[in-house]
Write a protein that binds this ligand. Structure first.
Ligand SMILES: *Cc1c(COP(=O)(O)O)cnc(C)c1O
Ligand code: SF4
Length: 312
């Protein structure tokens, strides 16, 4: 941990807050104030609070939960570049996120030895340039919108110079947790790209989508982006018909289509969020009867070594 980080954290906890819980020591509490304002105050079971609050439950490590549940280490094409699926490569563009989601499957990802931020992108860019089967590059992380506009522009320019890259996709939670990130500089960059970007957001509950998020989505849409959302089925957050239905409708009001509903990846520290596959199937089947087809996310899970995400 950086000294500045430590000082910042100390200041945060001196601010009348309780001491840092042991669960937060490996993976710190991090959440933007705007996201906190969308929580119901005084409610310990608030679905937004549960996504970010370190709990003692994280210290359990039942069998089947590990540090790399998706076998990402085996999918490494170059430092910071993963390829599991035909035609698509995923670039870990940074390790930083605007929020720390307690269920994150990359909470133990070794960003330090794989991260490609800055000059270290070069090996990943070279690998993409060499492999003409890569049609789509997915900027992921971490959260690619944690990068500055200048960095994004640099990365976009390097990718634009590779003729066989036909699509650019961003996987980001930033427009949801920190909508002010969608500022004019970002819009200018998106508009200047040679592709119409696909932006896959990440919201798990309708309460995450307030007017500031809707406004950010409108700006992204106006910049030519296709907006999709992926969420994770999380016990105590969105594992009910009402919550899932409300999420799809809230996404629609922001101009975003639901894409995937993921089963939890079995990462160490997140077992208390798991919803059994049978229960997930029931919820999804019921949801199908409640919503038009275009508002129904695909229920999927990921198995190491599979050629795509798999329907449950
Ligand atoms: C999820 C994922 C993708 C994208 O899969 P789609 O089904 O195209 O959304 C690509 N690469 C990796 C490594 C992934 O984990
Ligand atoms: S924003 Fe995404 S990568 Fe970052 S902690 Fe949350 S789930 Fe993980």
């Amino acid at each position: 941990m950086q000294a500045a980080d430590r000082a910042g954290k100390k200041a945060a906890y001196d601010n009348g807050c309780p001491p840092e819980p042991p669960a937060a020591q490996g993976f710190r509490l991090r959440v933007p104030r705007g996201f906190v304002r969308r929580m119901r105050h005084g409610d310990p079971s608030d679905p937004l609070l549960r996504q970010v609050l370190p709990l003692a439950d994280e210290l359990q490590s039942p069998a089947g939960f590990s540090g790399d549940p998706l076998g990402e280490a085996a999918a490494r094409l170059a430092p910071g570049l993963l390829q599991k699926y035909r035609g698509r490569a995923l670039l870990i563009s940074t390790g930083a996120c605007g929020v720390h989601c307690r269920y994150c499957f990359r909470r133990e990802y070794p960003y330090a030895d794989g991260a490609t931020e800055g000059p270290r992108w070069q090996a990943a860019i070279d690998a993409i340039a060499t492999d003409t089967s890569i049609e789509e590059v997915i900027l992921s992380g971490g959260d690619p919108l944690s990068l500055s506009d200048a960095r994004l522009r640099q990365l976009g320019d390097q990718l634009a110079a590779i003729p066989h890259v036909q699509r650019l996709r961003l996987h980001t939670r930033q427009p949801v947790v920190l909508p002010e990130r969608v500022d004019q500089g970002l819009i200018d960059w998106l508009t200047s790209l040679r592709w119409r970007p696909i932006i896959v957001l990440h919201a798990n509950h309708a309460h995450e989508i307030d007017d500031t998020v809707i406004a950010a989505c409108r700006r992204l849409h106006a910049a030519g982006a296709t907006l999709l959302n992926q969420s994770v089925l999380l016990a105590g957050v969105n594992d009910s018909i009402e919550a899932l239905r409300a999420l799809s409708l809230a996404l629609w009001s922001a101009g975003v289509l639901p894409y995937y509903l993921h089963l939890l990846d079995r990462v160490r520290g997140a077992s208390h969020f798991e919803v059994a596959p049978e229960r997930a199937r029931q919820l999804h089947a019921q949801l199908m009867g409640e919503l038009p087809g275009y508002l129904l996310p695909r229920l999927v899970h990921e198995l190491p070594g599979a050629a795509s995400k798999l329907p449950v």
